[in-house]
Ligand binder design. Structure first.
Ligand code: D54
Ligand code: ZN
Length: 280
């Protein structure tokens, strides 16, 4: 398991490109028939990727649960948000099977012992992108298709940021302990997300960029509003955004991303907006 410790905003000002990438960028999220896990000490969010091809893959494959989580199984004290970003597949949760097509989501609550991933067709494998957060009580394991998500159309063609924020794991849609998660899709010809930018002192966030066409990329902006830096993000990569950091991106073409938050509250609009004229 790749473990990332917390970095602070004062030291960050002097980071090189390599240091910035090593600290915040998750370059590899998927490997065939493996669980790829990145444990961030920022609000203890864990990124899991699973691309089952030839076999059924359990969530704890290759993970020493007692060593990494201090529990007997991964979800003993954690909840999990899952998005399928590949071909059709299934998630079996303690014997109950959920079928997930492209962009379908499954929220798995605390306390489930067995979570197993499968693809329907190995020629077009499922890709399960997941975020886990610490949880203190049992909620309801729930399947959500994009039709169930609350839709927030924002932005405009004239500012190249016309997009739809699909809120899947959100207090208006279902109850969770700490996790909120959704999928933001940019219209063709639109490249900017989350501009004007914001921070949220009470939560941190992870962005996972996908649907980036070949030879295109996203310049992900981070840092305090008056100390911005960027990370070059390629397709299928994620960026950790601590509470002190803005998180916005500009693509060389349109793209889609999954955002996930965890922290003190679940209040989506509890944000500190930064005027574009105040950015440095
Ligand atoms: O705190 C909220 C998150 O940063 C995202 O939901 C923002 C986003 O998807 C967007 O503006 O495109
Ligand atoms: Zn945010």
């Amino acid at each position: 398991m790749d473990i990332r410790y917390s970095a602070n905003q004062k030291d960050f000002k002097r980071y090189t490109t390599e240091e910035t990438r090593a600290e915040f960028l998750i370059e590899k999220v998927f490997a065939d028939d493996e669980i790829v896990a990145t444990y961030s000490h920022v609000d203890r969010m864990v990124v899991f990727g699973c691309k089952p091809v030839n076999e059924a893959v359990p969530l704890d494959k290759g993970i020493d649960c007692m060593k990494n989580f201090g529990t007997n199984y991964v979800l003993e004290r954690r909840e999990l948000g899952i998005f399928n970003l590949g071909g059709e597949g299934s998630v079996e949760v303690d014997g109950e099977v959920y079928n997930l097509a492209f962009k379908d989501c499954l929220y798995v609550t605390k306390g489930h012992k067995s979570v197993v991933f499968k693809s329907k067709d190995k020629a077009n494998p499922a890709k399960f992108y997941m975020i886990s957060a610490p949880a203190h009580k049992v909620c309801k394991t729930t399947f959500l298709s994009i039709a169930d998500a609350q839709k927030k159309p924002v932005g405009d063609n004239s500012t190249a940021n016309k997009r739809v924020i699909n809120q899947f794991i959100h207090p208006d849609v279902l109850e969770t302990c700490q996790l909120s998660m959704g999928l933001t899709e940019l219209d063709p010809g639109n490249v900017w997300n989350t501009m004007p930018a914001h921070t949220h002192e009470r939560r941190s966030e992870i962005y996972y960029y996908f649907n980036i066409a070949e030879n295109q990329a996203v310049f992900h902006m981070m840092g305090e509003g008056d100390q911005t830096r960027h990370i070059l993000v390629q397709n299928d990569q994620a960026v950790i955004s601590p509470s002190w950091s803005i998180h916005a991106g500009c693509g060389t073409a349109n793209y889609t991303f999954i955002w996930a938050m965890c922290g003190e509250n679940l209040t989506f609009d509890d944000m500190d907006h930064i005027a574009i004229s105040d950015l440095r």
